[in-house]
Design a protein around this ligand. Structure first.
Ligand code: SF4
Ligand code: SF4
Length: 358
C-alpha cells in the first residue's frame, strides 16, 4: 500500500501571545535565541510538499499571525495550488487580517475555543480577554464570509463544559467543531493529573456518537480519539444503524483512527518532521533530507505504518485496523509508541481469552 501525506501542519513560529496550559510547543513571545524558519525556508518546504503530494497545509504555531510575512507565505502557497488553512488563537484577528485571508485564498481558519464562558476559556488559555478575542474573531469571519473550524481542547478542568462548547461553536457559525482530549506533550507533561480518565473518555465518546448522529449542520469529529472508530462501530452495530461520517470536500478525512505517518505529518519550526504535533520524536530534519526521503524511508514512519508491530492490547485488538490507538499517548505515558493506547479502556476479545476474563 502506498502512503502519501494528505494533511500536513507546518509550524511557522514558536512565538505566541498566549500561555496555554496544554501547549505542545512551550510557546511564548520570544524565540529565546532560536529563530523561526526564515521566509525562504518556509517557501522551500511548501514547494517540496506541493511537488510531492500537494496535501492540505495548515500554517500553525505558536501564533502564526505574529509573523509579518504570514500572508506572503499564504499567497505564495495558494498561487502554487496549495489548499491552505491557518490555525490561530483568534486574538489577533482584525478586519485587515480578514481581508488578507480572503485575498490570499486561504480556504479555512482553525480557531481554538476551550470553554463556553470567559472564565473557563481564559483559565485554560491563561490569559484574560482570550475568550473575547475568539468570539470577536468569529464575528469578523462571519462578516467577511470566511469559513472556520473550532477546535476545543479538554482536560478534567473543563470536561463538564463539553456540550456547552459544542452548542456555542454552532451558535458562532463554525463550519466544523473538533473535540480534542489533551495529549500530554510540551507543557502538557505537567498535566498528567488533569487528563480525563479513560472511563470518562469512553463516556464522552459515547456522548459524541449520539450527538453526531443527530447533527446535520456542523461537521463534528473527536480529533485524535482513535478509538472513536471502535465506539462508532460498536454502538451503530448495537443500534442496527448504518453510520456515515461527513468530512470536508477539499480534504480527505481519515477513514480510520490514528493515521500518523500514513496520511498526516507535522513539521516543526526547526524543520523537524514528526508524525503529528503531539508526537515529540522526529523522523528527520528538512535542513538535511528531503521530505520525500524522510516520509518514505525513515524507520519511524515505516514502523508507525505497520499495525502488526503494535503491542499490548492494541496488538491483540480486533479493532486495530480501524483504530490503531493513539501512538503519541502510548509514547508519552508508556514510553513506547508501539505499545497500547493507555486512554482506551476496551479489552480486546483475544486479550480477554488470554487473561481468562469474560
Ligand atoms: S498519535 Fe495521537 S495525537 Fe497524534 S495523530 Fe495519532 S491519535 Fe492524534
Ligand atoms: S485496544 Fe487499541 S486498537 Fe483496540 S480499540 Fe483500544 S486503542 Fe483501539
Amino acid at each position: 500500500m502506498e502512503f502519501k501525506p494528505k494533511w500536513i501542519a507546518l509550524e511557522v513560529t514558536r512565538r505566541c501571545n498566549l500561555n496555554c496550559i496544554h501547549c505542545r510547543s512551550h510557546s511564548e513571545m520570544s524565540t529565546n535565541g532560536h529563530p523561526d524558519l526564515s521566509t525562504k525556508e518556509v517557501l522551500r518546504i511548501i514547494d517540496e510538499l506541493i511537488d510531492y503530494s500537494n496535501p492540505v497545509i495548515v500554517l500553525s504555531g505558536g501564533e502564526p499571525l505574529l509573523r509579518d510575512d504570514i500572508f506572503e507565505i499564504a499567497g505564495y502557497a495558494t498561487q502554487k495550488g496549495a489548499r491552505l488553512s491557518i490555525a490561530t488563537n483568534g486574538t489577533l484577528v482584525t478586519d485587515e487580517v480578514c481581508k488578507n485571508i480572503k485575498k490570499t485564498g486561504v480556504k479555512i481558519i482553525s480557531l481554538s475555543l476551550d470553554g463556553s464562558t470567559a472564565d473557563i476559556h481564559d483559565n485554560f488559555r491563561n490569559q484574560k480577554g482570550a475568550f473575547e478575542g475568539v468570539v470577536n474573531a468569529t464575528r469578523l469571519f462571519r462578516e467577511h464570509g470566511i469559513e472556520f473550524i473550532i477546535n476545543s481542547s479538554f482536560t478534567k478542568r473543563n470536561q463538564h463544559d463539553i456540550p456547552k462548547v459544542y452548542r456555542l461553536a454552532k451558535e458562532l457559525g463554525a463550519t466544523a467543531w473538533y473535540m480534542f482530549m489533551v495529549v500530554p506533550t510540551g507543557r502538557g507533561e505537567d498535566l498528567l493529573r488533569e487528563l480525563i480518565s479513560k472511563e470518562d473518555y469512553e463516556d464522552i465518546l459515547g456522548w459524541h456518537y449520539q450527538m453526531e448522529k443527530e447533527e446535520r449542520d456542523l461537521l463534528v469529529r473527536p480529533a485524535c480519539a482513535a478509538h472513536y472508530y471502535r465506539v462508532v462501530l460498536q454502538k451503530s452495530k448495537e443500534e442496527g444503524l448504518k453510520f456515515e461520517r461527513r468530512s470536508f470536500k477539499f480534504s480527505t478525512g481519515g477513514a480510520k483512527g490514528c493515521v500518523v505517518g500514513q496520511i498526516i505529518s507535522f513539521i516543526d519550526v526547526d524543520g523537524n518532521v514528526l508524525p503529528c504535533s503531539y508526537f515529540p520524536k522526529a523522523a528527520g530534519n528538512l535542513k538535511e533530507r528531503s521530505f520525500k526521503d524522510i516520509w518514505e524511508n525513515s524507520e519511524l514512519f515505516q514502523e508507525l505504518r505497520d499495525p502488526k508491530k503494535h503491542r499490548g492490547k492494541c496488538g491483540s485488538c480486533e479493532y486495530n485496523n480501524i483504530c490503531g490507538g493513539c501512538r503519541a499517548r502510548a509514547y508519552s505515558i508508556n514510553g513506547d509508541y508501539l505499545d497500547e493506547d493507555p486512554f482506551c479502556n476496551y479489552v480486546p476479545l483475544k486479550y480477554r481469552r488470554t487473561l481468562h476474563v469474560s
